[in-house]
Design a binder for this molecule. Structure first.
Ligand SMILES: CC(C)(COP(=O)(O)OP(=O)(O)OC[C@H]1O[C@@H](n2cnc3c(N)ncnc32)[C@H](O)[C@@H]1OP(=O)(O)O)[C@@H](O)C(=O)NCCC(=O)NCCS
Length: 194
């Protein structure tokens, strides 16, 4: 008997709800991670331009371990960092994760994004991040979402502002996972409430 294979590669966890997956911009789509995302994800994690505001680029093994943690998070919580397609091509992630490092505001749900540089400058991060915030409360019962990044990461801070998050004026903190001597250690804190 001849069997036809599905054209869509197998997802590694449950697909996001439609209100997250669908976008005003049809070229921008959040979806479950697939095995084939590992290679382009490792490429962007190895790119010094993408990783400019992180302490270091990631090796292939470190990048794959991050995919494993992302998939585990989806299985445990039912939400997480979703893979982002731009024009049908894997471009990185946008989504939710649980911040567990030691800080006055943790544990907390964080919204985050990391895109390959070819996908910057067209609203792909903020368009999909708005979808994620919109669904956080209604789909997952999350009433508060935080975001934080190095005070130097102007492109990421601009996304937080574009999607309507509010800066905590006294919220700056030293990220415990960034080396003490690093200029990237001081972070801003933004908040969104349902
Ligand atoms: C942070 C990051 C996701 C921002 O990407 P981005 O493309 O600048 O963000 P947006 O999706 O909001 O797009 C905004 C840009 O698209 C333009 N744009 C075009 N169409 C747009 C639209 N429909 N809606 C919004 N912006 C649009 C905006 O003018 C803006 O361009 P500008 O920066 O030249 O002014 C990206 O720089 C990145 O992945 N960096 C590396 C990883 C990182 O630092 N992550 C955060 C760590 S906490």
């Amino acid at each position: 008997m001849i069997t036809t294979e599905s054209a869509t590669p197998k997802p590694l966890h449950r697909e996001p709800p439609q209100r997250i997956a669908s976008s005003d911009d049809a070229a921008v789509r959040l979806r479950a991670w697939r095995e084939g995302d590992r290679e382009p994800f490792a490429d962007l994690n190895a790119d010094p331009e993408v990783m400019r505001y992180f302490p270091a680029t990631l090796s292939r093994a470190e990048s794959d371990a991050m995919v494993d943690r992302i998939v585990d998070h989806h299985e445990r919580y039912g939400y997480g960092l979703w893979a982002l397609d731009v024009d049908g091509r894997f471009a990185g992630f946008v989504g939710l994760s649980t911040a567990t490092f030691e800080a006055p505001f943790t544990p907390a749900v964080e919204i985050g994004w990391r895109l390959a540089s070819w996908a910057w400058g067209r609203g792909a991060a903020s368009t999909s991040a708005r979808r994620v915030l919109d669904a956080a409360h209604t789909e997952f019962g999350i009433d508060e979402v935080l975001s934080f990044t190095s005070v130097l990461n102007a492109p990421s801070i601009a996304v937080m502002q574009r999607i309507g998050m509010t800066r905590e004026p006294a919220g700056n903190f030293d990220h415990p996972r960034v080396p003490v001597e690093s200029a990237l250690r001081e972070h801003v804190l933004y908040r969104w409430s349902a």
